[in-house]
Design a protein around this ligand. Structure first.
Ligand code: BG6
Length: 505
């Protein structure tokens, strides 16, 4: 019996919120239909909203009707819905946690594992974990030898695990992330903690590891000798919409850079781990993030761009005269042998021309061009585009000879797309992968405490610098454009330009 086929309960804190309805329940339902969930399993919703189980099931049905990826039968829904329960409660109310504990003990077997999912606003994370600790619900359960012999699948000394998935954002700066890590570690051991970054579950993001370390042809050139620079773009077409209240307090650096962009930088920049083990991989990622050079005040002014889309200030929920950037571009350097002197350009923003997440590995020009051709632009050279979304795949750009008697060259693309090579839509949704991995105890795609803090150290230095006179001016950009002119100038100064290697532009 594999571990996830043992009984388990998934307790969702914040079960009446948007994330549960939009992502978690549709993901669990799909996993259930694929027979990938523990057996038996139950899902227990906990939130302040005064629902009962019938109402919870009704609301979740609305969620799957809207967000399920494929049609399903009524019988399939009923099988799943019978496993959904709800107990209302406050995140700081000891009595409500005692009630939750009673409910769990009455409904699950003694050897049931438990996954707690913190899908609440971040201000409740520490409270919920403290309450779980105080209620005696946080510790892994070690059975006394032989006492569980009557439970099918049990063994003397077997553990019933307790794991906690913590949503983002994890802290709003380095100090608060450290404080939260301390509060969490006061109750839980690190092996019980699964800090989410849904970017890590995207198929192409995971494929960066396979691409780099299961092929021999890329690794020898993956360094400062052959690579001119790296671009990491996470562009969104949507504006802040109904999340303006949260977003105005956060801004693009906290919302996108500290987590998603720093994780991408770590995966592209890391050294080869010795094994495909969660800690071996996370060790290398942390080393890379720790090697990112902090920006001096002058570099801060010259190597960072911050901007806000026109009209942002008029959005409901945004404070008057808000200085919150909705776009940022950074030029960072990794101080180690592999990357010394190679700029990593990171950019992300809302209300941009198109949704695209991509990484460009821009190779150097050939050292000598023997052909009698004029190559316009200093960077007409090979690049590799890792397309993370929406069309997952890779593009490799290289020069070919144009047919004919003259020597003329033209750049062409060689590409691979998941949807061409595999069954379309076979790529699992990020939350399905993350939930399953947490149930199976695989923490590879989750962030460890030192990784969170290493990423914050980089982003905090920019956040703090932007509070001083060294900050670059907050510029604006037109919604639907590719961002402010200052971001083009950031690369243009060195004869470089932003690429869209994955879009047909
Ligand atoms: C979230 C951010 O982490 O990522 C959102 O809080 C953003 O602001 C979202 O829209 C983007 O995720 P994806 O998967 O759509 O690229």
């Amino acid at each position: 019996m594999t571990e996830h086929k043992q009984p388990a309960t998934i307790v969702i804190f914040g079960a009446s919120g948007d994330l549960t309805r939009r992502k978690l329940i549709p993901a669990l339902f799909r996993l259930c239909r694929q027979n990938l969930l523990p057996a038996p399993f139950q899902v227990v919703g906990f939130a302040v909203t005064e629902w009962d189980t019938a109402e919870f099931r009704r609301q979740m049905r609305g969620g799957v009707d809207e967000f399920a990826r494929e049609p399903f039968s009524e019988a399939e829904w009923q099988t799943f819905a019978e496993r959904l329960h709800y107990t209302p409660g406050g995140f700081t109310e000891a009595a409500d946690f005692a009630h939750l504990r009673q409910f769990l003990e009455a409904t699950e077997g003694e050897l049931s594992h438990r996954l707690y999912y913190l899908a609440t606003p971040p201000r409740f994370f520490a409270d919920i974990i403290a309450q779980l600790g105080a209620a005696g619900m946080a510790q892994d359960v070690y059975c006394e030898t032989g006492s569980m012999a009557h439970v099918p699948g049990s063994a003397p000394g077997q553990t019933a695990w307790r794991r906690v998935i913590i949503e983002k954002p994890f802290g709003r700066d380095l100090a608060s992330a450290q404080a939260l890590n301390q509060a969490v570690h006061a109750v839980l051991a690190e092996h019980q903690i699964y800090r989410i970054d849904h970017y890590l579950a995207k198929e192409t993001v995971q494929n960066i590891l396979v691409f780099r370390f299961a092929n021999t042809m890329f690794e020898p050139i993956w360094n400062r000798n052959y690579i001119d620079h790296v671009q990491i773009t996470v562009a969104e077409a949507v504006d802040v919409g109904h999340r303006a209240g949260y977003y105005d307090q956060a801004g693009v650096l906290r919302d996108m850079f500290q987590n998603h962009l720093m994780q991408l930088l770590a995966l592209v920049g890391m050294e080869p781990p010795a094994s495909f083990d969660a800690n071996a991989i996370r060790d290398e990622k942390v080393k890379t993030m720790r090697a990112v050079r902090p920006l001096t005040p002058t570099e801060l002014a010259n190597q960072t761009v911050r901007a806000q889309y026109e009209g942002y200030g008029a959005t409901a929920g945004v404070v008057a005269n808000s200085q919150t950037p909705t776009y940022a571009a950074l030029e960072l350097y990794i101080d180690n042998w592999r990357w010394q002197g190679v700029p990593f350009y990171l950019r992300s923003g809302k209300a941009l021309a198109q949704k695209t997440s991509e990484i460009i590995i821009q190779f150097k020009r050939p050292p000598h061009i023997m052909f009698p051709v004029s190559l316009d632009g200093p960077l007409r050279s090979n690049y590799l585009a890792l397309c993370i979304q929406p069309h997952e795949g890779f593009h490799q750009r290289f020069e070919v000879k144009v047919p004919g008697r003259e020597i003329a060259m033209r750049p062409v693309d060689m590409d691979f797309h998941y949807d061409d090579a595999f069954v379309p839509d076979s790529v699992p949704e990020a939350y399905e992968t993350l939930l399953l991995n947490a149930l199976e105890g695989d923490a590879t795609l989750f962030t460890r405490s030192d990784g969170i803090e290493a990423a914050w150290r980089v982003i905090d230095s920019v956040l703090q610098g932007w509070e001083t006179d060294d900050a670059p001016p907050l510029t604006t950009y037109r919604p639907g454009s590719w961002g402010p002119a200052a971001a083009d100038e950031l690369l243009g100064r060195n004869g470089r330009f932003w690429r869209h290697g994955c879009l047909d532009t």
